[in-house]
Design a protein around this ligand. Structure first.
Ligand code: CP
Length: 309
């Protein structure tokens, strides 16, 4: 099948075939990353702007490496060194970058929906690198890619997502991605951090960690997003950690070959203990490595769709 989307905004709007095509394309891109000369000309002559209005270590660096491996011209934009601090709007900022020749814009923004606004108003292709509490599609895709490589399938797997579901764009993209490819998704955390609509998007809510990870093939741990919380959702981090922090003992009920994931950044000792974070079940750094191939695939497919539209 051909990928016909000019933008990648969220996994909610991609169907299973489109998601699978991204994962299959990422396999070819991984092969490029294994070569001595890690470069192909797919984006030669294309200017890509990384427009980040929030901090990022993994996503921003990974997108930049992916762009360079595809031979794009790369423009990095950080709010603090821009005219946003003088009051320029998101739309005016993006229009100016487009006027300078950017035809693909990767955006991370604290407001849910910001990438959709740019996609509506600009001619450039927009790739969502995380919008508010809403979606983080490249993280969802790299999580799927990592698990498909490890387990050979997604369909039929039991996936538990643990922690601050309410504020997590990673949780939402993972729920869409894993359920569309046929996994059973469970979410678990304090009732205050599990949104009421979660069962309407095909995830089952749990409030007890051991129940949620019973028989799980994959456990995805999330960070408590203090920066997005305007009130207290649980009495203390210590109490949170006691009930929802992952330890070796709590992991005993999971499948024998369970895989533990985390999108990063990790709060060691809060959502998971160091022996789990650095243990044999964890694939946290593999997720990071795979992110480059997945983002290369996203650019490659969007660029192909632009050429044929
Ligand atoms: N996983 C993730 O989005 O990490 P960063 O915030 O460092 O990009």
């Amino acid at each position: 099948m051909a990928f016909e989307r000019k933008h990648i905004l969220g996994l909610e709007e991609l169907n299973a075939e489109e998601i699978t095509l991204v994962l299959d394309t990422a396999e070819s891109m991984r092969e490029v990353s294994d070569r001595d000369v890690k470069k192909v000309p797919a984006l030669r002559g294309v200017t890509v702007c990384n427009l980040f209005f929030e901090p990022s270590t993994r996503t921003r660096s990974s997108f930049e490496i992916a762009e360079k491996r595809l031979s794009a011209d790369v423009l990095n934009f950080t709010t603090i060194h821009s005219s946003v601090v003088k009051g320029e709007t998101l739309l005016d900022t993006a229009r100016n970058l487009e006027a300078m020749g950017a035809s693909m814009i990767v955006i991370r923004h604290p407001m849910s929906g910001a990438p959709w606004l740019l996609a509506k108003e600009l001619n450039s292709s927009i790739i969502n690198a995380g919008d508010g509490w809403h979606e983080h599609p490249s993280q969802g895709l790299l999580d799927l890619f990592t698990i498909r490589r490890l387990k050979g399938r997604i369909e039929g797997l039991k996936v538990a997502i643990v922690g601050d579901i309410l504020h997590s764009r990673v949780a939402r993209s993972d729920i869409w991605g894993f359920t569309k490819l046929g996994a059973e998704v469970r979410v678990v955390g304090p009732p205050t951090l599990i949104p009421k609509y979660i069962e309407h998007i095909n995830a089952k809510a749990y409030y007890n960690l051991e129940d949620a990870i019973d028989g799980a093939d994959v456990v995805i741990m999330l960070r408590i997003q203090k920066e997005r919380q305007d009130s207290e959702f649980f009495p203390s981090l210590r109490e949170y950690s006691r009930f929802y922090g992952l330890t070796r003992e709590k992991l005993r009920g999971a499948a024998k070959d369970v895989t533990v994931m985390h999108p990063g950044p990790i709060n060691r000792g809060v959502e998971l203990s160091s022996d789990i974070a650095d243990g044999a079940e964890a694939v946290i750094l593999e997720q990071v490595s795979n992110g480059i191939a997945v983002r290369m695939a996203m650019f490659y497919l969007v660029a192909s769709a632009r050429r044929t539209s």
